[in-house]
Ligand binder design. Structure first.
Ligand code: KIV
Ligand code: ZN
Length: 512
């Protein structure tokens, strides 16, 4: 069996998805969960992009003990200096440097000749190597690059000291037959290719990112780059959970294994969805809500008689909790802790206390608390933004014969601020009241509400997409009261928007 290295770039390429930026606290939470999941390499960010990126990569590098931690860098000295500065304290640091090799990128973006690209590759890999023994080189837009030239660039990078050669399909252009053919060619033409890891990094523009990654494994790739829930630029990257479950479910076919603890997949997927606000489509492979649901009578009957008739993986294998009644209003902190441990959470004393407070509030409103409720409480606690505006109280009147009116109080640094507004409905009135208090115009682009569990007293989760000064952000909130969940989601989005605006990234014109 070959051992495939799983390179997770949720914190870098994933975070580049519009409206998906994460704060420092959230990035560390996600990184720790990726460590529990067992990924081999975590790409924690793009150090030169902003001081915030640099700081979060450094924190992740210091925090994690079991993974390689890497930072992206263009093939420029200042990028490589920043990348090294951010990962140097990691147990296993890596610098990941890249330059584009396709005709269109070299001519229009880089304005460099192929010879100049070759020279820069040699010089910058060698420059990175002086800092760090582990250097990954990526040929951006390799999917549309000339194969002879690509082989030369990769051979040059290996000669200069690269330990990993990555072949990205940056624009998601290839299909599995083509990637098979191209990778086979490269394996036969790159000098000393057997001395390095060969990696692929596929984007999903035509929906083929996972298929292309698995095809690449069949012809010799030893590292795959991917993200949780397939998050990433445009249509995203190859989804980690799909590649891993593909490898495991079809082990005989791929003759390969990886170090992922699949029982952590579901939790990781939920956490990333919560902190980025990017909802998982119900029909998403492996982690979607319907991935293990059998609706038709024929299927249900088949599964009851023999699971494998319609199920090629089990929900337990990816760690989906059984939705059973577990705790009630009289349960104590110890019982809560026990249940959380059984669900696989390791909370600090402070997190446990906060979760217990949230649990008690919920238990006052909801008779029975299910595993899914508990998960939601923990996830909203883990990924929460502490700083900023908080909901204090609200009164909203609405009906089908009157205009809705909202009186909302929010607090900032202990100071309570209030606002009143009319609206075309209770949610609109509440959101407008918040805008009037803050004195800024946040535009509501999208709004959705869904219940976490069944029943009249179910927890509702609201998700809002706001635009502020041309930037999109997502906010989430939960409560048994849908108006409260909505106001909390709105404030969560507002806090993110204000924070992101302060932490604007340096304008990098050829940012990937
Ligand atoms: O898509 C891409 O080409 C990238 C590289 C920088 C690896 O993200
Ligand atoms: Zn990419």
């Amino acid at each position: 069996m070959k051992r495939i290295k799983i390179f997770d770039t949720t914190l870098r390429d994933g975070e580049q998805a519009p409206g998906c930026s994460m704060n420092l606290h959230e990035k560390i939470e996600v990184a720790k969960q990726l460590e529990r999941l067992g990924v081999d390499i975590i790409e924690a960010g793009f150090a030169i992009a902003s001081p915030g990126d640099f700081e979060s990569i450094s924190m992740v590098a210091k925090e994690l003990k079991n993974n390689v931690v890497c930072s992206l860098a263009r093939a420029l000295e200042k990028d490589i200096d920043a990348a090294w500065g951010s990962v140097r304290h990691a147990v296993s640091p890596r610098i990941h440097t890249f330059i584009a090799t396709s005709p269109v990128h070299m001519q229009y973006k880089l304005k460099m000749t192929p010879e100049q690209v070759l020279e820069r590759t040699a010089a910058m890999v060698a420059y990175a190597k002086k800092y760090c023994p582990d250097v990954e080189f990526s040929a951006e837009d390799a999917g549309r690059s000339d194969l002879e030239f690509l082989s030369k660039v990769c051979s040059t990078a290996i000669k200069a000291g690269a330990t990993v050669i990555n072949i990205p399909d940056t624009v998601g252009y290839l299909n599995p037959a083509e990637i098979t053919e191209r990778l086979t060619y490269l394996m036969n033409h790159i000098d000393n290719v057997e001395t390095v890891d060969v990696s692929v990094h596929n984007h999903n523009d035509l929906g083929l990112a996972t298929a292309n990654s698995l095809a690449a494994i069949l012809v010799g790739a030893t590292q795959v780059e991917c993200t949780i829930n397939g998050l990433g630029e445009r249509a995203g990257n190859a989804a980690l959970e799909e590649i891993v479950m593909g490898l495991i479910t079809r082990k005989q076919l791929y003759q390969a294994e990886c170090g992922i603890d699949t029982r952590q997949i579901y939790r990781t997927s939920r956490l990333v969805s919560t902190v980025t606000g990017m909802q998982i489509p119900a029909n998403k492979a492996v982690v979607g809500q319907n991935a293990f649901a059998h609706e038709s009578g024929i299927h249900q009957h088949g599964v009851m008689a023999e699971r494998s008739t319609y199920e090629i993986m089990t929900p337990q294998s990816i760690g989906i909790p059984q939705n059973k009644m577990i705790l009630g209003k009289h349960s104590g902190k110890h019982a809560l802790e026990e249940r959380l441990v059984a669900l696989g959470y390791q909370l600090t004393e402070e997190q446990l206390t906060e979760t217990f407070e949230a649990f008690k509030k919920l238990a006052d409103k909801k008779k029975t608390i299910m595993d899914r409720d508990l998960e939601t409480l923990v996830e909203h606690n883990e990924g929460k933004i502490d700083e900023g505006y908080r909901l204090d109280s609200f009164i909203i009147n609405s009906g089908n014969t009157i205009d809705a009116t909202a009186s909302v109080k929010i607090s900032l640094d202990g100071k309570v601020l209030s606002g009143v507004s009319l609206g075309s409905g209770p949610i609109d009135a509440g959101f407008t009241a918040i805008n009037s208090i803050i004195g800024e115009d946040f535009e509501l682009e999208d709004y959705s509400l869904h219940s976490i569990t069944e029943g009249e007293d179910a927890l509702g989760e609201a998700v809002v997409k706001l635009s502020y000064k041309g930037k999109a952000v997502t906010g989430r909130g939960v409560s048994t009261d849908i108006v409260e969940a909505s106001l909390r989601a709105y404030l969560n989005g507002v806090n993110r928007a204000l924070r992101d605006f302060v932490n604007v990234k340096e304008d990098i014109d050829d940012r990937v």
